[in-house]
Design a binder for this molecule. Structure first.
Ligand SMILES: O=C(O)C1=C[C@@H](OP(=O)(O)O)[C@@H](O)[C@H](O)C1
Ligand SMILES: C=C(OP(=O)(O)O)C(=O)O
Length: 431
């Protein structure tokens, strides 16, 4: 699908935030790791959450659903000895399930997105699984990956957090089920640290006890624990909503997004403060964010690691801000669905933005007068590139054509529908 994004002066209306992808994948997994029946209310429906649902079914969970909820009868510590799993393009799903797969005799994760997930590195998690006595066959740390497990061992474990927090989260899901107690030490650095808080939150909801140090670099995990089956309610998704809020900020708007909890543990909640500090007129009360956009934005300096999945949307807003903006501590954006620094900035430049890259920084010289647009954009298989370039297209002089825009469905299948309901001028054309 191609999205023809046309200049749009005004956005107006109210939308419900989509359900959080990152909570949905977690609740599906812990529902599967429990032995009873768990219920998830308002789960996300996106390619990534569908991937987790498909894989836990393949591993033996019984999943039923209606419009409002899913029920999961889990497999506990005894997944079905499945031979092959297909996680689509979902990084978190792959990494979380690589540990679960260690409970099976032999599972191969196939490579269905060679130009996206197929290029992402998993060496750090592979190394820890090997410490646990699991045999891993891989293609230089990448897919396809075969895990030969059966009886993974806990004990003293180390994992690097310098590329992705997902490796640590993955181990935190598995280690409570092992015979041995585990002590996990995070080496080097821990990127996307905030999201580990979401992992610890859901583990606690499932009755799992873990002692975490304040800096989230050390963990004591008692073994022989069981996941309790529970009822979970999925909150609204900040990363996806960040793009809607950015679109409202760069146009003349009165846009309200519902279901965005103020006390959420999602790091991307920070976009409310980021936009506010850029001078955007915005309120956040009772789970409702309202933006009164007037196209006036100011640049600023931001540690992007706090809101990793919303950096691209905030960069898109900064393209139209007065002055220079700097998003630092974002090197791990290079290891996502595409290289979200080099690939993304190349597309922004095509649209007419003035941007520079460093190894771990994005620098934007804002153009409050707007950018020319009038070009075709390569989506690089990346939902967040698609969402962010749409924001830029709305404020450009000649619009943008975003090719392969259907990949938006990885996290936010209703993105264009939501923007259309707010009055955006967008035409969707099947390619
Ligand atoms: O744990 C998770 O669910 C995620 C962790 C983050 O990845 P990294 O830890 O690789 O930055 C984030 O970008 C991703 O969308 C989801
Ligand atoms: C990077 C993302 O997801 P994942 O790592 O799970 O593929 C994302 O949703 O932006």
């Amino acid at each position: 699908m191609k999205a023809i994004v046309k200049p749009t002066n005004q956005l107006k209306g109210t939308i419900q935030a989509l359900s959080s992808k990152n909570y949905t994948t977690r609740y599906l997994l812990i529902g599967a790791l429990a032995e009873g029946t768990s219920t998830i209310y308002y789960p996300a429906h996106s390619e990534d959450s569908d991937a987790m649902r498909r894989c836990i079914r393949d591993l033996g969970a019984v999943v039923e659903e209606d419009d409002e909820k899913m029920t999961i009868q889990g497999f506990g510590r005894h997944p079905k000895p499945v031979k092959e799993l297909n996680v689509g393009n979902a990084g978190a799903v792959l990494r979380f399930l690589m540990s679960t797969a260690a409970l099976c005799p032999e599972v191969t994760f196939v490579n269905t997105y060679p130009d996206s997930l197929g290029k992402r590195p998993h060496d750090d998690l592979i190394a820890t699984l090997q410490q646990m006595g699991v045999e891993v066959e891989h293609n230089q740390g990448k897919l396809p990956i075969t895990i030969r497990g059966g009886r993974p061992r806990g004990g003293k474990l180390t994992v690097s957090g310098s590329v992705s927090s997902q490796f640590l989260s993955s181990l935190l899901f598995l280690t409570p089920l092992l015979e041995e107690d585990s002590e996990i030490e995070v080496l080097h650095d821990l990127k996307s640290k905030v999201i580990v808080g979401q992992t610890l939150e859901v583990l606690q909801q499932a009755g799992i006890k873990i002692e975490a140090s304040d800096d989230l670099m050390h963990y004591n995990v008692p073994g022989r624990q069981s996941y309790q089956s529970q009822k979970y309610v999925v909150q609204g998704d900040y990363p996806g909503s960040a793009a809607i809020l950015a679109a409202a900020a760069v146009t003349n708007s009165d846009v309200t997004v519902l279901r965005l909890e103020e006390n959420s543990k999602q790091g991307e909640k920070a976009v409310v403060d980021v936009l506010r500090s850029m001078g955007v007129n915005l309120t956040h009360e009772s789970g409702l964010v309202r933006v009164l956009g007037n196209q006036q934005l100011l640049g600023g300096e931001f540690d992007g690691d706090h809101f990793t999945d919303a950096v691209l949307a905030m960069v898109a807003a900064a393209v139209f801000a007065e002055g220079t903006s700097r998003f630092y501590n974002v090197e791990n954006l290079r290891y996502k669905e595409c290289d979200r620094i080099t690939d993304y900035l190349n597309e922004l430049r095509k649209a007419g933005a003035d941007v520079e890259e460093r190894q771990s920084e994005i620098i934007v010289h804002g153009r409050p007068q707007g950018v020319p647009g009038g070009v075709e954009i390569n989506a690089h298989y990346d939902h967040r590139v698609i969402m962010a370039l749409t924001v830029v297209g709305l404020r450009s002089e000649q619009g943008l054509i975003i090719n392969d825009a259907h990949h938006v469905a990885k996290s936010y299948p209703h993105y264009f529908e939501h923007l259309l309901s707010l009055g955006a001028h967008i035409e969707l054309v099947e390619q």
